[in-house]
Design a protein around this ligand. Structure first.
Ligand code: NCD
Ligand code: ZN
Length: 350
């Protein structure tokens, strides 16, 4: 059998991305725009992107930060709060600006203080979203201090997500950055065709040992935190298995090195520059290179009801390991690029 050394796929999209704002936005945006045609842009700025007017202004700042000659379409989201106005959400969706609403349980992750505590208060918004077909993207972790951090996703499904979906059965839901076999099974068992899940690149590569064994490695700390190996294997099977409900959301989440390497370090892995090469590596390991296009370029648009991209991307397998800068410099400070800990030979043809 001859080895595949080149793979051309429909240009991918990133269905979960943190671009931040200001100097950080300027520093990281070119890395996503170099490979991805579109991305679902997370709204957890300080202050968060709550209204249609906020989302329009943020979209303009993203487009203004895009280097000349690059094309990239930011798919905007609204940050759900207990005060979110259903009419504002509907108008932002009707204008084509907003493609999803993001639910952060209060306190779950970076900048989630304004998230939802009392789900009764968002029932009317969720019903409106169900009526207009606007998906809810969910950060699926409970925040109760008595729940072990490694159990927070599984407990969220049982205590929050499943009851929420029963209360609003017509609502389309994306379980963002799934990290457990429990979440994979919950999504796979669904028969409504209204439930999907994004999978990050780094959760296909690291388990919790990478963070904690042999010394603490802050650059592998993200939320939801990586779990034990059996969960990583379940994620690999889901991502590479051809099931259309699982698609790529990198959750590339830049923080400066001082913010990561601190007594209370921030959560997030910055994977935008090397995600596509890493995915080709993972899919090849799983004997599923032919399914990379589905995962990165077809299944996300299908779930969101958007057309696939018309351009293509070619990945080439080099005969020597590809080198990436260990960090990028931004106006906000240096940001370390995710290090998979193994040699990678796949590279996007530039
Ligand atoms: C994200 C961030 O830094 O904004 N961090 C992360 O670890 N993924 C927030 C998030 O998606 O939870
Ligand atoms: Zn995220």
């Amino acid at each position: 059998m001859t080895q595949t050394t080149s793979l051309t796929i429909i240009r991918p999209d990133d269905w979960h991305l943190h671009l931040r704002d200001g100097a950080m936005l300027e520093g990281v945006l070119p890395h996503s725009a170099a490979h991805f045609a579109r991305a679902i842009i997370m709204p957890n700025l300080v202050p968060p992107v709550v209204t249609g007017a906020h989302a329009a202004a943020y979209r303009d700042r993203i487009l203004a930060a895009l280097p000349a000659g690059m094309s990239f379409e930011p798919l905007m989201t609204l940050y759900l709060t207990e005060a979110t106005d259903p009419d504002d959400v509907e108008a932002a969706h009707a204008s084509g600006l907003v493609k999803a609403v993001k639910l952060y349980p209060a306190g779950a992750t970076t900048n989630s203080q304004s998230g939802v505590k009392d789900f009764g208060k968002v029932q009317a918004v969720l019903e409106r979203m169900a009526g207009i077909g606007l998906p809810l993207c969910v950060h699926g972790e409970v925040t109760a201090s008595d729940i072990d951090i490694f159990d927070r996703e599984a407990v969220f499904i049982e205590r929050v997500l499943d009851p929420l979906r029963r209360r609003v059965p017509e609502l389309k839901v994306v379980m963002e950055h799934v990290t457990t076999e429990d979440a994979v099974q919950y999504v796979a068992a669904d028969t409504s065709s209204r439930l999907g899940a994004t999978v990050t690149t780094h959760h296909l590569i690291i388990n919790r040992n990478h963070i904690l064994a042999g010394g603490i490695r802050p650059h592998y700390y993200c939320l939801p935190v990586a779990k034990r190996e059996k969960h990583r294997l379940a994620l690999r099977a889901a991502a590479t298995g051809g099931d259309g409900r699982f698609f790529l959301g990198t959750d590339s989440a830049p923080h400066t090195d001082p913010a990561k390497l601190s007594e209370c370090g921030c959560a997030g892995c910055f994977t935008a520059p090397n995600t596509m090469g890493l995915l080709a590596h993972v899919f090849e390991e799983e004997g599923a290179l032919d399914r990379l296009e589905g995962f990165a370029s077809r299944q996300g648009p299908a779930f969101y009801g958007l057309p696939v991209n018309t351009q293509t991307m070619t990945l080439v397998k080099q005969d020597h390991p590809v080198s990436h800068p260990a960090k990028i410099e931004t106006g906000a400070g240096p940001v370390t690029v995710f290090d998979p800990g193994f040699e990678v030979f796949w590279q996007v043809q530039g």
